[in-house]
Write a protein that binds this ligand. Sequence first.
Ligand code: ADP
Length: 405
Amino acid sequence: MIVLVVNCGSSSFKYQLLDMESGGGGGRLLCSGLVERIGEGQSPLAHKKYLPDGETRSVKLEEGCADHREAFRAVLAVLMHPDHGVIERVDEIKAVGHRVVQGGEAMRRACVVGEAEKAVIARLADMAPLHNPANLQGIEVAQAFCPRAPSVAVFDTEFYADMPAKAFRYAIPEKFYTDLGIRRYGFHGTSHKFVSRQAALTLGRPLKDLNLITCHLGNGCSLTAIQGGVGVDTSMGFTPLAGTIMGTRCGDVDPAVVPFLVSKGYAAAEVDRLLNKESGLKALCGLNDMRDVHSAKEKGDPKAQLAFEMLCYSIRRQIGALWACLGRVDALAFTAGIGENDPDVRRASLEGLESWGVLLDLEKNKIRSPEPRVISREESSVKALVVPTNEELEIARATMEVLEK
Ligand code: ADP
């Protein structure tokens, strides 16, 4: 069954077309791509087709997409293109799976999206203003162009639906929770879920028996404590601003910093931009891409060195906190752009945890591979793993599960 997975940002449209097996099986990737700069005049569309022999064919197109509707039209055209595409008719797409960032408490599980669900996603936009409106636009255009394919929403927050109240409540007056929904939600849930399943497969042990800490380290970074496949606590909070230091986000700071800045004349919107877009690695050394931080560090830039140390220290701090919450940890898994590709961050984040049973194999840690792998030593009582994430496959799987129910 052909499933289109859609992940819309405010000016971007990311997609994958997968041929999925039924019954929770795997899927074969047919095409993937990204339209960027929607609404900015010229919108580059980068498209990749995966051939059955393992080869890939890439094409870059220039489209003028004024909005997500035009982006979807351009994507359908390339999916049906005689050379670049893999389908002949739109109705070969049997379902569309959408990444939706904030599901709140109302949307605890992935679901087929009708008018009522769209209204909830729209209502939750105040908690995820950068994401939910764009996610909703993706749903609207998919329903317009693929009217016979159900649209399924898969929420970033869903993996945390069973987190206990002691982990998700904040100690602020209850009315802010009951009236405004202020609590810890957690994000990157599809990634943490995918990685936990892959980690169990890599270890050859049932997921239900495992206590895991998954570390999703990309532009945004989050760590999750997973007990028997259930996300029981996580580093991100009400929004994806909390937790470790990130590319441009501050991570945890004393909340009193906000009213203090306001008292100094900064407007709320300015503080929001400052903490989300001008903080993190970027604030510390002027660079937010980890590869650039390494280059600067190697040239002797002390700010880049401090940024690297602070990032790894903040990851270790979160590992320690989640470890204490779990009590026993069987394995730690690293994923996403930094987690999968940066042996230095992995090593420095685990530094000092030898006495806790994590014995990193320094050679295995350096090996580059697209495969899930163990990077701890044979005798390490707590395993360390690298597990490449695949959020789109997880969304396609969840879409199949919803439709098969
Ligand atoms: P997003 O959160 O936007 O999905 P990614 O998971 O793609 O982000 O991660 C982006 C981060 O991964 C960037 O900081 C980038 O520098 C980092 N990254 C990608 N490749 C490497 C690499 N080979 N070594 C170190 N960092 C890398």
